[in-house]
Design a protein around this ligand. Structure first.
Ligand SMILES: [Zn+2]
Length: 113
């Protein structure tokens, strides 16, 4: 399953997209601001991830799940967690709590990052 990463030219956010096949149409939209002005990132690691590896890394989707990783509540906050890891900064407890709550189905009212 091809995995593509894009960076938004408007807000700089990076988004990852899965497609069902190489030939599938891909119309990426920024998850941060909704812009369609995205540039493709070369991402050798991501290209080589199989769906199985994605599931091992992030946990398998529910039985009924579509292939949209971001629809799975268990994946809420993964990118945030990853950023804190990359920065080697402890995640504030209110962020931790908000992510945990969101994964349990309670969308946060708003978190000041
Ligand atoms: Zn954007």
């Amino acid at each position: 399953m091809p995995i593509y990463e894009f960076r938004c030219k408007d807000c700089g956010q990076e988004s990852t997209f899965f497609t069902r096949s190489v030939s599938a149409a891909l119309e990426p939209v920024c998850r941060g601001c909704g812009s369609r002005e995205l540039e493709r990132l070369v991402s050798p690691v991501a290209y080589h991830l199989t769906l199985r590896q994605v599931h091992e890394r992030y946990g398998p989707p529910p039985q009924h799940a579509s292939l949209d990783h971001y629809e799975d509540p268990r994946n809420i906050g993964r990118e945030v967690e990853e950023k804190f890891r990359q920065w080697d900064v402890a995640m504030p407890q209110k962020v931790r709590d908000a992510i945990d709550a969101a994964r349990e189905g309670t969308m946060p009212e708003g978190v000041d990052l």
